[in-house]
Write a protein that binds this ligand. Structure first.
Ligand SMILES: [Zn+2]
Length: 344
């Protein structure tokens, strides 16, 4: 068993099954998401290569090039639209995967304690946390670019890269079938094979050809999906009565000391190693491709059930819980009541 999973299980304690489920969900989503993005790029390149193959072994002429340029323009729009849909789907799925953990913990305790707290309300609080996390992901800007802008730029880079490679093939006097095969090989195996088989082209274009045509999009997806998971963890922590902080666990795939070691390894607030107050949690992921784990820190099941029961008998005896009840639980229902008033 890897160290990070051991750490996850220790942190989660009573709730380790749910913590492991959430982690598995995150890893599965990450893989599925990457497969989907790669397939999308492969399909686009394949469409271009089929068009080229139809021209046979003749050299690419100006007219054909114009058609290809127009097709690539269309593909840029198509790619932008498809990537946006994939990002929407997976950001949502990651947010759900993250909020499920604290939600399951709260529901199990509230069920057992049998107070006036309604289960449907707990579900609703976490559902709204989810929506807020998703909204935050799309509303956040990085270097003055929204996520939608960054998706657009990945689609644009695809068009520019493909156009350059095809134009270079034309300048070289390469025939259509050969160019088609070259593009197919490139999307499948990356830049390395191109460098071997087309050394002149590589000499001319060099760093203008990306190692892997979908690398940039994959990197953006990894970062954004992890950010969505992290944002939803924070949002669910904010509405969870059993939650006292957010913990970060160092991923096992960290060969060198970096910012992750620092964040996951320090106890700045005296809450435990890698644990932060909800409003002091560092921005996560800590770097692109970061695989560090985040989860909420929740009171253990028996203690939390007892606390709920004590509060049920005498709200004043548990000021923290009473504060949550007045300011999170009740305010959220007031919000629904307000909406009902508006629509009546
Ligand atoms: Zn990391």
């Amino acid at each position: 068993m890897s160290k990070e999973i051991d750490n996850l299980k220790t942190t989660a304690g009573d709730y380790k099954t749910w913590a492991l489920q959430a982690r598995k969900k995150y890893i599965d989503l990450r893989l599925n998401n990457e497969t989907k993005i790669r397939k999308l790029y492969t399909r686009l390149v394949k469409d271009i290569s089929l068009k080229l193959k139809r021209e046979g072994t003749s050299k690419i002429r100006k007219r054909q090039l114009e058609v290809l340029v127009a097709t690539l323009k269309q593909q840029q729009d198509d790619l932008e639209g498809q990537l946006t849909m994939i990002f929407e789907e997976y950001i949502k799925a990651n947010a759900i995967a993250a909020t499920e953990y604290a939600k399951a913990i709260d529901i199990s305790a509230v069920k057992k304690a049998g107070t006036k707290i309604e289960l449907s309300k707990i579900t609703d609080l976490h559902y709204k946390a989810n929506l807020r996390a998703i909204e935050t992901c799309w509303a956040r800007s990085y270097k003055e670019l929204y996520l939608s802008d960054r998706i657009w730029s990945k689609a644009k880079h695809y068009r520019v890269n493909m156009s350059e490679i095809i134009q270079d093939a034309i300048a070289e006097g390469q025939d259509c079938v050969k160019t088609a095969m070259m593009l197919e090989k490139y999307v499948k195996t990356g830049k390395k094979t191109l460098a071997r088989q087309y050394p002149n082209m590589m000499k001319r274009m060099g760093s203008r050809v990306p190692e892997d045509i979908c690398y940039e999009a994959l990197r953006l997806a990894r970062t954004e999906m992890t950010a969505a998971y992290g944002e939803a963890t924070i949002q669910s922590a904010m509405v969870s009565p059993s939650c006292s902080g957010v913990k970060f666990i160092l991923s096992g795939s960290h060969p060198h000391y970096d910012i992750c070691d620092h964040i996951c390894g320090s106890d700045e607030y005296g809450l435990g190693i890698g644990v932060y107050p909800i409003d002091k949690a560092p921005a996560y992921p800590f770097h692109p491709n970061c695989l560090c784990i985040t989860l909420t820190v929740n009171e253990n099941h028996a203690d939390f059930v007892d606390k709920l029961k004590r509060w049920g008998r005498n709200p004043g005896s548990e000021p923290g819980l009473e504060d949550w009840y007045q300011n999170v639980y009740k305010k959220s229902s007031m919000y629904i009541a307000d909406i009902n008033k508006v629509f009546k």
